[in-house]
Design a binder for this molecule. Structure first.
Ligand SMILES: NC(=O)C1=CN([C@@H]2O[C@H](COP(=O)(O)OP(=O)(O)OC[C@H]3O[C@@H](n4cnc5c(N)ncnc54)[C@H](O)[C@@H]3O)[C@@H](O)[C@H]2O)C=CC1
Ligand SMILES: O=C([O-])CC(=O)C(=O)O
Length: 267
């Protein structure tokens, strides 16, 4: 039985727990919540058959097989770095956090000291296997466009670019590097960072972000060219009801990754 600690228990966390409830090969024993939100998280878990214990930090003697982050950028520094130092393997969805200069190197060093690994999950996008394979032969360009309904951009810098309540057509709210996109839109540009880390890097991956009042989907489109040839993909993700910024595929990506650790065959 794979013993898992989950960081964060919001839209992604709750949906992952629901899907794992009847899995006999893995169990989330602990959920790490932000200080002050323990009661709310306990409430979210009340209906579960085996509710995980809710804590605000991993106890010093806890040795989960895996730690999975479903919380947000701040959780990488706060929980993932120390867990790696302690030798606990980590899976993360807040990949955009790695746009902070020096954090990749610090994560690598912590994992080396702990003799363990960190896995960056594809989350809401696909094709990461092909893109990172293409990188081996050399990439010339990677262009990514993220298009989400207008309400998905609430409480982001997009509000300074346009009136999200009033726009009646697709509106470009950002154009620039993946590093800048991840910094400005931590809850909406993790895909941009993931594509960059798999491909041409945070400074050379070109990103366009669009608020689209006519769309009900989170559409992720990218085009890559290089020695391998070229490919493009478009993924039309359904947003989670509990959080319109987040696509349901992110939840399935977490469950798939955990299953690959728990089950005999990984795919
Ligand atoms: N890689 C990808 O494709 C995607 C990645 N994400 C990432 O996943 C994160 C979570 O997404 P949702 O579940 O939809 O958000 P949410 O806002 O519904 O839930 C996040 C939960 O984590 C908790 N939290 C925040 N910081 C924490 C910390 N330092 N320690 C413990 N708990 C903490 C919050 O209190 C909240 O309950 C996003 O912020 C984003 O960074 C989201 C969507 C796609
Ligand atoms: O869930 C999505 O569609 C993608 C997302 O929020 C991100 O890239 O941060």
């Amino acid at each position: 039985m794979l013993n898992i600690t989950m960081i964060g228990c919001g839209a992604i966390g709750v949906a992952v727990l629901e899907l794992l409830e009847n899995d006999t090969q893995m169990r989330v024993e602990h959920v790490i919540a932000s200080a002050g939100s323990e009661a709310l998280v306990q409430q979210r878990l009340a209906a579960f058959k085996y509710p995980p214990q809710v804590l605000t930090a991993l106890p010093a003697d806890a040795r989960p097989d895996l730690l999975v982050e479903c919380a947000g950028h701040m959780a990488i520094e706060e929980h993932v770095l120390p867990a790696l130092e302690r030798g606990i393997a980590c899976l993360i969805v807040s990949v955009g956090a790695l746009s902070q200069v020096g954090l990749v190197e610090r994560l690598e060093a912590a994992a080396a000291r702990g003799n363990t690994r960190i896995e960056l999950l594809p989350g809401a996008i696909g094709g990461i296997d092909a893109l990172s394979a293409a990188k081996v032969g050399g990439l010339d360009s990677v262009d990514y466009t993220g298009r989400k309904p207008a309400k998905a951009w609430k409480n982001t810098p997009a509000e300074q670019v346009c009136d999200l309540e009033k726009i009646d057509q697709a509106t470009v709210i950002f154009q620039g590097s993946a590093r800048e996109a991840a910094r400005l839109y931590p809850k909406n540009a993790n895909v941009a960072a993931t594509l960059s880390l798999a491909g041409l890097g945070l400074d050379r991956t070109r990103v366009t972000l669009i608020a689209d009042p006519l769309s009900e989907e989170n559409v992720h489109h990218f085009e890559a060219r290089g020695a391998f040839g070229g490919f493009e993909m478009s993924l039309r993700g359904k947003p989670l009801q509990a959080n319109p910024k987040t696509s349901a595929l992110t939840v399935y990506s977490v469950v798939r990754a955990l299953g690959n650790h728990a089950h005999a065959i990984s795919i």
